[in-house]
Write a protein that binds this ligand. Structure first.
Ligand SMILES: C[S@@+](CC[C@H](N)C(=O)[O-])C[C@H]1O[C@@H](n2cnc3c(N)ncnc32)[C@H](O)[C@@H]1O
Length: 225
Protein backbone atom coordinates (compact mmCIF):
# COMPACT_ATOMS: atom_id res chain seq x y z
CA UNK A 1 0.00 0.00 0.00
CA UNK A 2 1.22 3.51 -0.69
CA UNK A 3 0.84 6.60 1.51
CA UNK A 4 -2.42 7.53 -0.24
CA UNK A 5 -4.08 4.42 1.08
CA UNK A 6 -2.91 4.77 4.70
CA UNK A 7 -6.18 6.38 5.89
CA UNK A 8 -7.92 3.09 5.07
CA UNK A 9 -5.72 1.28 7.58
CA UNK A 10 -6.90 3.28 10.58
CA UNK A 11 -10.10 2.06 12.29
CA UNK A 12 -10.99 5.56 13.55
CA UNK A 13 -10.82 6.98 10.02
CA UNK A 14 -12.80 4.20 8.38
CA UNK A 15 -15.63 4.37 10.93
CA UNK A 16 -17.55 6.96 8.89
CA UNK A 17 -16.52 5.62 5.49
CA UNK A 18 -19.88 4.45 4.19
CA UNK A 19 -21.63 7.68 5.17
CA UNK A 20 -18.90 9.82 3.64
CA UNK A 21 -18.65 7.81 0.42
CA UNK A 22 -22.37 8.28 -0.20
CA UNK A 23 -21.91 12.01 0.26
CA UNK A 24 -18.80 12.29 -1.92
CA UNK A 25 -19.76 10.20 -4.94
CA UNK A 26 -22.71 11.51 -6.98
CA UNK A 27 -25.36 8.84 -7.37
CA UNK A 28 -23.36 6.17 -5.53
CA UNK A 29 -26.41 3.97 -4.89
CA UNK A 30 -27.30 4.17 -8.60
CA UNK A 31 -23.69 3.44 -9.55
CA UNK A 32 -24.03 0.21 -7.57
CA UNK A 33 -27.30 -0.64 -9.31
CA UNK A 34 -25.81 0.07 -12.75
CA UNK A 35 -22.81 -2.09 -11.86
CA UNK A 36 -25.10 -4.96 -10.89
CA UNK A 37 -27.08 -4.63 -14.13
CA UNK A 38 -23.97 -4.49 -16.33
CA UNK A 39 -22.58 -7.61 -14.67
CA UNK A 40 -25.98 -9.31 -14.89
CA UNK A 41 -25.96 -9.08 -18.69
CA UNK A 42 -23.21 -11.73 -18.70
CA UNK A 43 -23.46 -13.38 -15.30
CA UNK A 44 -26.00 -16.13 -14.74
CA UNK A 45 -28.55 -16.27 -11.96
CA UNK A 46 -26.02 -18.12 -9.84
CA UNK A 47 -22.77 -16.26 -10.25
CA UNK A 48 -19.55 -15.69 -8.36
CA UNK A 49 -18.36 -12.08 -8.45
CA UNK A 50 -14.85 -10.87 -7.62
CA UNK A 51 -14.85 -7.52 -5.80
CA UNK A 52 -11.45 -5.83 -5.73
CA UNK A 53 -11.09 -3.09 -3.12
CA UNK A 54 -14.10 -4.51 -1.31
CA UNK A 55 -13.54 -2.47 1.88
CA UNK A 56 -16.66 -0.86 3.29
CA UNK A 57 -18.84 -3.51 1.66
CA UNK A 58 -21.24 -1.10 -0.02
CA UNK A 59 -21.14 -2.58 -3.53
CA UNK A 60 -21.40 -6.15 -2.21
CA UNK A 61 -24.40 -5.19 -0.08
CA UNK A 62 -26.17 -3.58 -3.08
CA UNK A 63 -25.45 -6.49 -5.42
CA UNK A 64 -26.25 -9.17 -2.83
CA UNK A 65 -29.57 -7.48 -2.12
CA UNK A 66 -30.50 -7.39 -5.82
CA UNK A 67 -29.18 -10.82 -6.81
CA UNK A 68 -30.22 -13.36 -4.23
CA UNK A 69 -28.09 -16.20 -5.58
CA UNK A 70 -24.84 -14.40 -6.32
CA UNK A 71 -21.76 -15.16 -4.23
CA UNK A 72 -18.83 -12.85 -3.74
CA UNK A 73 -15.13 -12.94 -3.09
CA UNK A 74 -13.92 -9.57 -1.84
CA UNK A 75 -10.27 -8.60 -1.50
CA UNK A 76 -8.88 -5.54 0.24
CA UNK A 77 -5.48 -4.94 1.87
CA UNK A 78 -7.03 -2.99 4.76
CA UNK A 79 -8.19 -5.11 7.71
CA UNK A 80 -10.12 -2.11 9.05
CA UNK A 81 -12.03 -1.65 5.79
CA UNK A 82 -12.73 -5.39 5.62
CA UNK A 83 -14.08 -5.28 9.18
CA UNK A 84 -16.41 -2.48 8.16
CA UNK A 85 -17.43 -4.49 5.09
CA UNK A 86 -18.40 -7.46 7.24
CA UNK A 87 -20.68 -5.20 9.28
CA UNK A 88 -22.17 -3.56 6.19
CA UNK A 89 -22.98 -6.86 4.49
CA UNK A 90 -24.12 -8.53 7.70
CA UNK A 91 -27.31 -10.12 6.27
CA UNK A 92 -25.31 -11.48 3.33
CA UNK A 93 -22.10 -12.59 5.04
CA UNK A 94 -22.83 -16.24 4.26
CA UNK A 95 -22.55 -15.39 0.54
CA UNK A 96 -19.30 -13.41 0.76
CA UNK A 97 -15.76 -14.53 1.40
CA UNK A 98 -13.53 -11.62 2.40
CA UNK A 99 -9.75 -11.86 1.95
CA UNK A 100 -7.15 -9.43 3.26
CA UNK A 101 -4.86 -8.55 0.35
CA UNK A 102 -4.77 -7.26 -3.19
CA UNK A 103 -6.18 -9.11 -6.19
CA UNK A 104 -3.17 -11.46 -6.04
CA UNK A 105 -4.70 -12.94 -2.89
CA UNK A 106 -7.88 -13.92 -4.73
CA UNK A 107 -7.99 -17.61 -5.67
CA UNK A 108 -7.42 -18.29 -9.35
CA UNK A 109 -11.04 -19.32 -9.71
CA UNK A 110 -12.75 -18.18 -12.88
CA UNK A 111 -15.32 -15.60 -11.78
CA UNK A 112 -18.50 -14.56 -13.61
CA UNK A 113 -17.82 -10.86 -13.19
CA UNK A 114 -15.67 -8.38 -11.29
CA UNK A 115 -15.77 -4.87 -9.89
CA UNK A 116 -13.13 -2.42 -8.79
CA UNK A 117 -14.90 0.69 -7.51
CA UNK A 118 -13.32 3.88 -6.12
CA UNK A 119 -9.96 2.14 -5.87
CA UNK A 120 -7.86 2.38 -9.05
CA UNK A 121 -7.26 6.13 -8.66
CA UNK A 122 -4.99 5.30 -5.71
CA UNK A 123 -2.74 3.11 -7.85
CA UNK A 124 0.00 4.27 -10.18
CA UNK A 125 -0.03 3.17 -13.80
CA UNK A 126 2.05 0.02 -13.22
CA UNK A 127 0.03 -1.05 -10.18
CA UNK A 128 -3.20 -0.47 -12.09
CA UNK A 129 -2.04 -2.46 -15.08
CA UNK A 130 -0.94 -5.34 -12.87
CA UNK A 131 -4.25 -5.19 -10.96
CA UNK A 132 -6.31 -5.17 -14.15
CA UNK A 133 -4.28 -8.04 -15.64
CA UNK A 134 -4.76 -10.12 -12.50
CA UNK A 135 -8.50 -9.41 -12.53
CA UNK A 136 -8.73 -10.47 -16.17
CA UNK A 137 -6.81 -13.69 -15.45
CA UNK A 138 -9.57 -14.55 -12.98
CA UNK A 139 -12.54 -13.90 -15.26
CA UNK A 140 -14.42 -16.35 -17.45
CA UNK A 141 -14.28 -15.50 -21.16
CA UNK A 142 -16.79 -12.72 -21.98
CA UNK A 143 -17.36 -11.92 -18.30
CA UNK A 144 -17.65 -8.26 -17.39
CA UNK A 145 -15.50 -5.93 -15.32
CA UNK A 146 -16.91 -2.66 -13.96
CA UNK A 147 -14.53 0.05 -12.72
CA UNK A 148 -15.25 3.59 -11.50
CA UNK A 149 -13.03 6.21 -9.91
CA UNK A 150 -11.67 9.76 -10.26
CA UNK A 151 -10.19 10.46 -13.66
CA UNK A 152 -8.42 13.49 -15.14
CA UNK A 153 -10.88 15.04 -17.55
CA UNK A 154 -8.75 16.94 -20.05
CA UNK A 155 -7.61 20.55 -19.72
CA UNK A 156 -10.33 21.23 -17.14
CA UNK A 157 -9.36 18.36 -14.84
CA UNK A 158 -8.80 20.61 -11.82
CA UNK A 159 -12.12 22.33 -12.39
CA UNK A 160 -13.94 18.97 -12.33
CA UNK A 161 -12.06 17.93 -9.17
CA UNK A 162 -13.12 21.24 -7.60
CA UNK A 163 -16.75 20.48 -8.42
CA UNK A 164 -16.40 17.01 -6.87
CA UNK A 165 -14.90 18.56 -3.72
CA UNK A 166 -17.74 21.08 -3.54
CA UNK A 167 -20.28 18.29 -4.02
CA UNK A 168 -18.73 16.38 -1.10
CA UNK A 169 -18.85 19.46 1.09
CA UNK A 170 -22.34 20.48 0.01
CA UNK A 171 -23.50 21.83 3.34
CA UNK A 172 -21.02 24.68 3.11
CA UNK A 173 -20.15 25.70 -0.46
CA UNK A 174 -16.75 27.28 -0.08
CA UNK A 175 -15.04 27.47 -3.48
CA UNK A 176 -11.63 28.39 -2.03
CA UNK A 177 -11.75 25.28 0.15
CA UNK A 178 -12.96 23.16 -2.77
CA UNK A 179 -10.14 24.45 -5.00
CA UNK A 180 -7.55 23.70 -2.32
CA UNK A 181 -8.99 20.22 -1.92
CA UNK A 182 -8.89 19.70 -5.71
CA UNK A 183 -5.26 20.80 -5.91
CA UNK A 184 -4.44 18.40 -3.10
CA UNK A 185 -6.19 15.55 -4.92
CA UNK A 186 -4.50 16.41 -8.24
CA UNK A 187 -1.09 16.46 -6.55
CA UNK A 188 -1.59 13.26 -4.60
CA UNK A 189 -3.67 10.95 -6.77
CA UNK A 190 -2.01 9.37 -9.82
CA UNK A 191 -4.95 10.29 -12.06
CA UNK A 192 -4.97 9.21 -15.69
CA UNK A 193 -6.72 10.87 -18.58
CA UNK A 194 -9.83 9.20 -19.97
CA UNK A 195 -7.84 8.11 -23.05
CA UNK A 196 -5.09 6.61 -20.87
CA UNK A 197 -7.67 4.81 -18.73
CA UNK A 198 -9.20 3.15 -21.78
CA UNK A 199 -5.76 2.32 -23.23
CA UNK A 200 -4.78 0.65 -19.95
CA UNK A 201 -7.92 -1.51 -19.88
CA UNK A 202 -7.04 -2.57 -23.43
CA UNK A 203 -3.42 -3.30 -22.46
CA UNK A 204 -4.70 -5.54 -19.67
CA UNK A 205 -6.55 -7.54 -22.32
CA UNK A 206 -10.09 -6.19 -21.94
CA UNK A 207 -12.27 -5.46 -24.96
CA UNK A 208 -15.61 -3.69 -25.50
CA UNK A 209 -14.44 -0.89 -23.21
CA UNK A 210 -17.32 1.54 -22.78
CA UNK A 211 -17.89 4.55 -20.57
CA UNK A 212 -21.18 4.27 -18.68
CA UNK A 213 -20.84 6.73 -15.80
CA UNK A 214 -19.60 10.31 -15.67
CA UNK A 215 -20.16 12.53 -12.65
CA UNK A 216 -17.91 15.56 -12.23
CA UNK A 217 -14.41 14.01 -11.93
CA UNK A 218 -15.68 10.42 -11.60
CA UNK A 219 -15.79 8.07 -14.58
CA UNK A 220 -16.95 4.47 -14.82
CA UNK A 221 -16.28 1.89 -17.52
CA UNK A 222 -17.59 -1.53 -18.34
CA UNK A 223 -15.22 -3.90 -20.13
CA UNK A 224 -15.24 -7.51 -21.29
CA UNK A 225 -12.62 -10.17 -20.50
C1 LIG B 1 -12.26 4.46 -1.39
S1 LIG B 1 -12.20 2.79 -0.87
C2 LIG B 1 -13.39 2.04 -1.93
C3 LIG B 1 -14.05 0.86 -1.29
C4 LIG B 1 -15.25 0.28 -2.05
N1 LIG B 1 -14.84 -0.32 -3.30
C5 LIG B 1 -16.33 1.31 -2.32
O1 LIG B 1 -16.59 1.60 -3.50
O2 LIG B 1 -16.90 1.85 -1.37
C6 LIG B 1 -10.68 2.20 -1.57
C7 LIG B 1 -10.34 0.81 -1.07
O3 LIG B 1 -9.28 0.27 -1.87
C8 LIG B 1 -8.45 -0.48 -1.02
N2 LIG B 1 -7.18 -0.68 -1.73
C9 LIG B 1 -6.09 0.08 -1.71
N3 LIG B 1 -5.13 -0.44 -2.51
C10 LIG B 1 -5.66 -1.56 -3.05
C11 LIG B 1 -5.19 -2.54 -3.97
N4 LIG B 1 -3.96 -2.48 -4.49
N5 LIG B 1 -5.99 -3.56 -4.29
C12 LIG B 1 -7.24 -3.63 -3.78
N6 LIG B 1 -7.75 -2.72 -2.92
C13 LIG B 1 -6.97 -1.71 -2.55
C14 LIG B 1 -8.38 0.34 0.26
O4 LIG B 1 -7.95 -0.42 1.36
C15 LIG B 1 -9.83 0.80 0.38
O5 LIG B 1 -10.60 -0.12 1.12
Amino acid sequence: MNALQEPFLQPALVANYTEQAAQKVPGLADLHLMTMLLLSERAQQTAHILVVGAGGGMEIKAMAHARKEWEFTGVDPSAAMLGLARNTIEPYNHRAKMIEGTVDAAPLTLYDGATCLLTLHFLNRNERLQTLQEIRRRLKPAARLVVAHHSASGANANCWLTRSAAFADRSDIDWQKAMASATNMANRLPLLSVAEEEKLLGEAGFTEIELFYAAFSFRGWVATA
